[in-house]
Each structure stands twice: as structure tokens, then as C-alpha cells.
Design a binder for this molecule. Structure first.
Ligand SMILES: Cc1cc2nc3c(=O)[nH]c(=O)nc-3n(C[C@H](O)[C@H](O)[C@H](O)COP(=O)(O)O)c2cc1C
Length: 203
């Protein structure tokens, strides 16, 4: 199984990327999954514009390696910080740039990140408005990493031991659940006509 992890923070460095790297390590070491981590640090992608739909060679060249990685993935982990109660604009832009042939009908685990007690809004926003046309399938399990500065640090002295242990265990289990969905949905996509010419966009 191959899982792509998207780190949705534009900051460099960011706590979201720290969490994304921990998730990647978990998937690789515990689940023997192949992974690709794509970070939105420093905004590597321009904002969507109309020429994307007009076969603009610049867009095609820029997106080709990303499309290839997404298409060959069986599932996704979307890591999003909560910024002013929202998902960062760069992550929403990412969802404008990817399509159903790359992520459609593949499972995704949402991991949201907050330096305090937030983190619920990005979950709600992603579930409400990032899947309609690309048909990414958010699984019911999710992880909200609260007080993120105190957990998942490489130096154990920087961690709150109880919270750190809890999040490591919870992320490990959530990754296992995600991989279960990834295995289950793969034959489904082969069996059912999931890309229907008549119904290119969701309702
Ligand atoms: C522009 C901005 C807005 C933020 N707004 C919120 C917020 O609404 N709720 C919250 O819990 N944390 C908020 N934070 C703090 C983040 O939770 C914190 O920066 C955390 O480390 C995750 O962001 P990061 O991945 O960019 O580091 C905000 C941070 C930034 C940079």
C-alpha cells in the first residue's frame, strides 16, 4: 500500500510538518507502507487559475510529478493546522488542483493540529468542502493533535509524557484503520465504474 501524506501548513518549519513526518515514520516502520510526503511549506503551488483547464503546459509540467504520486497512492493523510478557525488557503488551493482520477474513491485520514485546544474546525471544513468533485473519501476516524508543541517531539524531554504516549498510540491505530480502508477500497474501484463520464462532478 502507498500512502501520501499532505502537510497543509505554509509555515516553515511548522508543527503540522512535524506531525506529518511522525505519521510517515509510523506508516513506514509499523505498517511497512510506501509513503510520499508533500509539504505545502513556503507555498510550492501557485493559486489556481483558469489556464489549468486550458491545458496550460506550465501547469501540466508543474503538476505532472504530483499527479503521478497521487495517482499511484492507495490512500492519504491530510494534516491541517487550524488557522483562524480555518484550513490554510494553500491546502484549499491544493484541493482545487487535484482531481477525481488522482484521489477519487480513495480513503483519507484527517489529522488536525492546534497549539492549544482547537483543531475541530479544520476537520469540519475538510469534511464539508474538500471532497465533492475529487471524491476523496474521508474515513470516520480522525486525529486532533491538541497542544502540539508538547507531543511527538524527537527529544523526549520536550514531551508531556502522558499526552505524547496517547497521541503516538492513537496515530498508530488510526494509520492501521486507514490501511484497512485502503485495502478494502482498492478492489471496489476495480469492480465499480467509479469514474462516470456523465457524472464528472459531485452534486
Ligand atoms: C495565522 C495563524 C492562525 C492561527 N489560528 C489558530 C486558531 O484559530 N486556532 C488554534 O487552535 N490555533 C491557531 N493558530 C496556532 C496553530 O494552532 C499553531 O501555529 C500550530 O503550531 C499549528 O500550526 P503550524 O502547523 O503552522 O505550526 C494559528 C496560527 C497561525 C499561524
Amino acid at each position: 500500500m502507498k500512502i501520501t501524506i499532505i502537510s497543509g501548513s505554509h509555515r516553515n518549519p511548522s508543527q503540522s510538518e512535524k506531525v506529518a513526518r511522525h505519521v510517515e515514520k509510523t506508516l513506514r516502520t509499523e505498517n511497512k507502507a510506501d509513503t510520499w510526503l508533500f509539504t505545502l511549506a513556503d507555498n510550492p503551488l501557485p493559486l489556481w487559475d483558469q489556464s489549468l483547464w486550458e491545458d496550460n503546459p506550465d501547469w501540466n509540467q508543474r503538476l505532472a510529478p504530483i499527479r503521478e504520486q497521487l495517482s499511484s497512492s492507495d490512500g492519504f493523510v491530510i494534516v491541517s493546522p487550524e488557522w483562524h478557525g480555518q484550513v490554510p488557503a494553500g491546502l484549499k488551493n491544493f484541493f482545487l488542483l487535484c482531481n477525481r482520477f488522482e484521489v477519487g474513491h480513495k480513503p483519507a485520514l484527517i489529522v488536525s493540529v492546534s497549539s492549544a485546544d482547537g483543531g475541530a474546525y479544520p476537520v469540519a471544513e475538510l469534511r464539508m468542502s474538500s471532497y465533492k468533485n475529487n471524491r476523496i473519501c474521508y474515513i470516520p476516524e480522525q486525529v486532533i493533535v491538541r497542544n502540539v508543541e508538547n507531543v511527538l517531539n524527537e527529544n523526549a524531554a520536550d514531551n508531556d509524557a502522558d499526552a505524547d504516549g496517547y497521541f503516538r498510540e492513537r496515530i498508530s491505530w488510526a494509520c492501521e484503520v486507514l490501511l484497512g480502508y485502503a485495502e478494502a477500497l482498492k478492489p471496489m474501484r476495480e469492480k465499480i465504474k467509479v469514474h462516470h463520464d456523465k457524472f464528472g462532478n459531485g452534486m
